[in-house]
Write a protein that binds this ligand. Structure first.
Ligand SMILES: C[S@@+](CC[C@H](N)C(=O)[O-])C[C@H]1O[C@@H](n2cnc3c(N)ncnc32)[C@H](O)[C@@H]1O
Length: 189
């Protein structure tokens, strides 16, 4: 039987196709560090991953994984909301990952919020290199996630079609509101 997978798997496939040795990437929601680590592998020794989270615990868990895998020199970790990413990152970026929601096993109140997420995705588009790609995994199964989904779907639908291509991947028939994926690429000039 075919297995379509889910939003995180779709995001990883899209991002991996856009990473290469020397690439620059952003993990906008570091969490347990899984995305930071696989992106650090993909960008090679000359690449860089800039990773953001608002919780010290996320930085600890991510740093630990990077050390274990010997990838720590490829990543810069910021204890900072992604809504400030443009203050921290000053170069063009090839690929940017958002995986919204909360840190598993930690305080759910410290989850992503529609207003700050919206500010962050707009900054992300500014930082994106022409030809670069941005993915956002959205979790509409709870109230804040539902608002985040509505905000981001409207945002994606309104993007200038002369500059960006935006797609939304979601299950058509599953009633329990599984995560969906928004992916945006900035057209190469
Ligand atoms: C679902 S987790 C991310 C999972 C992560 N990408 C991984 O691979 O393990 C969402 C993370 O977003 C973080 N977060 C919440 N608000 C944030 C903000 N304004 N800026 C950056 N991260 C934020 C949470 O602390 C949480 O760690």
């Amino acid at each position: 039987m075919a297995d379509f997978g889910g939003a995180r798997k779709w995001a990883r496939k899209i991002i991996e196709e856009n990473l290469f040795p020397g690439a620059k990437a952003i993990d906008a929601t570091m969490g347990n560090g899984y995305d930071t680590v696989w992106m650090a592998e993909a960008v090679g020794e000359t690449g860089r991953v800039y990773a953001f989270d608002v919780q010290a615990l996320a930085l600890e868990r991510t740093r630990e994984k990077l050390m274990e895998t010997g990838l720590d020199t490829r990543a810069e970790l910021f204890l900072m909301g992604h809504e400030n990413m443009a203050l921290a990152v000053k170069c063009e970026i090839d690929a940017i990952v958002f995986n919204l929601g909360w840190l598993p096993g930690a305080d759910k109140e410290k989850r992503t919020k529609p207003d700050t997420t919206l500010s962050a995705v707009n900054q992300a588009l500014e930082l994106l290199k022409p030809g670069g790609v941005l993915t956002i995994c959205v979790y509409p199964g709870h109230d804040e996630g539902k608002r985040e989904k509505e905000t981001l779907v409207s945002w994606a639908e309104a993007l200038d079609d002369g500059v960006f291509d935006a797609v939304i991947f979601r299950y058509a028939n599953i009633k329990k509101l599984p995560p969906l994926l928004i992916a945006v690429t900035k057209r190469a000039k």
